[in-house]
Design a protein around this ligand. Structure first.
Ligand SMILES: [Zn+2]
Length: 276
């Protein structure tokens, strides 16, 4: 062997030894790792689909001054404008942001990011005080909210009119369906439940010229068939009255909410927002 070849083989052997030592020390090089945080891409360039989030969805009904010992349910469903103002002020001061149910659907379906300090504010039934009392306070804090409308009740005494609902939408509020006549959908036969779920969506879309993607089960009642009908009708999300703020993609048609009771103090409101 010439001395040139001896030197060359020495180089190659040394190089091989160093490579093997480095391999043993570091292990095989990992392929691009899959990132799991929102808005990121996996190693094929596809957006990561988010599967869960801690996000309080607040449930309100009336925003009005109402106390009647003979109407305990009505009293408990009524948060006074003063209390609602305090609650919104607290959220604003603590740096909470409001998002819509459509934002939540996009978070789960396309990996859109959501600020971790986000809350969804919902109002059930479409009472007239949503326009008179809730809207001005929401606008004061630049918050958005979701209003679930019972289409068969629109224009009835105590309920929103079509022009008021249109103004809510124009102000950036999300409008959702709360069925046609607020019946227990889990107890209706399939055809009747379908009419309640489909027709309310069609009516809202025609009257408001909007796409309606959020549904709210009347009285929180649903079964597997109700969920299938809601899905087939083209809704992207549905909310229940189950008490929690842990939301999952799997439960996108069973989203949980936190009830804000009329008797609730600001301290208890803060607790329900913050506690696990
Ligand atoms: Zn309701």
């Amino acid at each position: 062997m010439t001395s040139f070849l001896k030197i060359l083989s020495l180089f190659l052997i040394t190089g091989l030894v160093v490579f093997i030592a480095a391999y043993i020390y570091n292990g095989p090089r990992k392929t691009t790792s899959v990132q799991t945080s929102a808005g990121k891409e996996d190693n094929t360039g596809q957006p990561i689909k988010n599967s869960e989030i801690t996000l309080p969805i607040l449930m309100y009904h009336y925003i009005r001054n109402f106390q009647d010992p003979n109407d305990k349910i009505g009293t408990d469903l009524s948060v006074s404008p003063d209390n609602f103002n305090q609650q919104m002020a607290y959220l604003a001061k603590q740096g909470w942001q409001t998002v819509s149910l459509e934002d939540l659907a996009n978070y789960f379906e396309s990996g859109k990011t959501i600020n971790p300090k986000s809350v969804i504010i919902t109002f059930d039934d479409g009472y007239a005080d949503a326009y008179q009392n809730a809207l001005p306070l929401l606008e004061k804090y630049k918050f958005k909210a979701t209003f679930f409308i019972i289409t068969g009740k629109v224009e009835k005494p105590g309920y929103l009119s079509w022009s008021q609902i249109a103004e809510l939408a124009k102000a950036g509020m999300e409008i959702g369906s709360h069925s046609v006549s607020h019946l227990d959908l889990s107890k209706l036969d399939t055809d009747k439940a379908r009419v309640e779920i489909y027709n309310s969506k069609i009516t809202l879309e025609e009257k408001l010229n909007l796409k309606i993607t959020a549904f709210c089960y009347p009285s929180g009642a649903f079964d597997d068939e109700t969920i299938q009908l809601v899905k087939n009708a083209g809704y992207q999300t549905a909310v229940t009255t189950v008490n929690s703020k842990e939301q999952t993609k799997e439960n996108i048609y069973k989203l949980k909410r936190i009830r804000v009771a009329g008797s609730e103090s600001i301290a208890s409101f803060e607790k329900s927002i913050l506690l696990e």
